[in-house]
Write a protein that binds this ligand. Sequence first.
Ligand code: NCD
Ligand code: ZN
Length: 361
Amino acid sequence: MTASTAAPSTAAPATAATAATLTLTRPDDWHLHLRDGAAMAAVLPYTARQFARAIVMPNLKAPVTTAAAALAYRDRILAALPVGLDFTPLMTLYLTDRLAAEEVDRAKAAGVVAVKLYPAGATTHSDAGVTDIRKCYPALEAMQRAGLLLLVHGEVTDPAVDLFDREAVFIDQVMVPLRRDFPALRVVFEHITTREAAQYVAGAGAHTAATITAHHLLFNRNAIFLGGLRPHYYCLPVLKRESHRQALVAAATSGSDRFFLGTDSAPHAAALKEASVCGAGCFTALSALELYAQAFDAAGALDKLQGFASHHGPDFYGLPRNTGTVTLARQPWVLPEALPFGEAQLRPLCGGETLAWRQQD
Ligand code: NCD
Ligand code: ZN
């Protein structure tokens, strides 16, 4: 495929593969970490510039476990939003063994849209997560009744299971029984990373969907080790081998409405990423759309990006699609290597590298 920056000629209508610009219905990010305080104020404008809405993850240091905490967090996000940016945070609760059905009902009444399941110990700030999903059945029943979605970090935490197999094992041990016991609950298998997860979601019926990150579409696990250990490519679920990346690209570009955009942009201070124990998470919010465009372009599937980024998510959540548009142009630019992050610095994934697409203001 040749990149072209020329204006499309009238004689040969531009195809998605050769067009110099790409205009999409304004997209949403269905999986995002915004953090809190100065860190949130630093990263929020990047997301609000690209996306109309985002599902805001509840894994703060003190996790968001009540409707009142979700509303207070929502207010802090809106207070940090720069004037002139039109952005709606969609709030989530953090599932614990003790989440009461009454709290689920209060959350629904407060406008919370989903509850996030972190297996205890699976990832960043998941210590308060679920130790045994059967303890959550009263909360899951209340969610199914109220129409709140369940968002799942789909990895087992058993140390006997190889890190690269934890998603596939989770399907058999948790997803299959969960689907059987709560057939009407809408479930999003978040940030899927394997062929097994893509196949499972494709065959699991209309109430199961998945988000896919840009970095899992663009990179395989070699990226973590290329020329030395590269902490900024370390996230959870960890990048997998190339055959899995190809399966994710096939799912994302298939046109199936059960796969949609969720960046899992997860900022950590550079000093904490570049440490002897490196936190899990890739920061991609600065150029999320451009990274997705690169992945879809490489697959010759730019015509499928709008469904994935802008239509499938709201349709699955039962929310209206956005009305505005965003435009990307083929316009190479170099991503900054570092950004301010409160008192610290933040290194965007692919910092210092050239991206082919650029969002137009
Ligand atoms: C996320 C974070 O830093 O909060 N990290 C990550 O690697 N994705 C947590 C998560 O979504 O697993
Ligand atoms: Zn996440």
